[in-house]
Design a protein around this ligand. Structure first.
Ligand code: KIV
Length: 287
């Protein structure tokens, strides 16, 4: 697609229904992003999410997906210690969740980790620019590469990840002009998020683009729907109808043959059906 100049569409997904939506919409790549920490798990950053949580989400996405490439995002703390740790956790994404590839953040030691994972037979997607797992070290959630020095650092990381064998690289929150300047040197697809239109493809977080996530949205997010608003409207309308007695109406109840009902009523009316008062003292609490 890069060679043909066809834009690559990537989106995140975190569960079975969002995977089915991505499949039906015909995207090329689905990322089970560690953004799940904030979008679906309620953490206030991506840092706390762990391998087991990511694997559970990725496995649910796998079950909803046939065609797109499925990438599992390696969470903070799952690959930094050693190549062995990185390979073992990448293998869990493939073996336990059925992912086709993994993504890890940053250059530096992550270049070595990426090389090790690739040598173990698992494709790796790199991620440079704003890397949320280490946002504190970058001065917060802000655009990166706004000076010549920082732009060169990002370029060096991207080229090192490319040389290590990464099949694609995410550029996050990088000035569009920096991406454009770097593109002629990129032989693997660059997937941008807040990196301008010059990238080979784009990725957005599912909950951001559909307006499901209520929190602050980055400058690069474009909302294509207001699903959260629709969900609140739907649940409020349901609550109103339950309270007013309008729900359930005739369309949402089951019927019974009148003769069967009459027989049931007669059975209920029997004198011998005294019932009695339930008491917890009647329970057999066991030995
Ligand atoms: O976790 C995530 O969703 C990501 C994308 C924003 C690239 O890393």
């Amino acid at each position: 697609m890069k060679r043909a100049g066809t834009k690559i569409v990537m989106v995140t997904a975190y569960d079975h229904p969002s995977a089915q939506v991505a499949e039906e919409a015909g995207v090329e790549i689905v990322l089970v992003g560690d953004s799940a920490a904030m979008t679906v798990l309620g953490y206030d950053s991506t840092v706390p999410v762990g391998m087991d949580e990511m694997l559970m989400l990725a496995a649910a996405v796998r079950r909803g997906l046939k065609t797109p490439l499925l990438v599992g995002d390696m969470p903070f703390g799952s690959y930094e210690q050693s190549n062995e740790q990185a390979v073992a956790n990448a293998q869990r994404f493939v073996k336990e969740a059925g992912c086709d590839a993994v993504k890890l953040e940053r250059g530096g030691a992550s270049v070595d980790r990426s090389r090790a994972i690739i040598r173990a037979g698992i494709p790796v997607m790199g991620h440079v620019g704003l890397t949320p797992q280490t946002a504190t070290a970058l001065g917060g959630y802000k655009a990166q590469g706004k000076t010549a020095g920082r732009a060169s650092q990002i370029a060096e990381e991207a080229l090192a990840l490319q040389a290590a064998g990464c099949f694609a690289i995410v550029f996050e929150a990088v000035p569009a002009a920096v991406t454009e300047a770097l593109m002629p040197k990129m032989e693997v697809p660059v997937i941008g998020i807040g990196a301008g239109a010059g990238a080979d493809g784009q990725v957005l977080v599912f909950h951001d683009l559909l307006g499901i996530f209520g929190g602050h949205a980055a400058k690069f997010v474009k909302r294509y729907a207001d699903i959260r608003g629709e969900m609140v409207e739907g649940v409020s309308a349901y609550a109103d109808e339950v309270r007013s007695g309008a729900f359930p109406g005739n369309d949402h109840i089951y019927s019974i043959d009148p003769a069967e009902l009459a027989e049931f009523r007669a059975w209920l009316a029997q004198e011998s059906l005294a019932g009695g008062t339930f008491s917890h003292a009647d329970w057999d609490w066991g030995p």
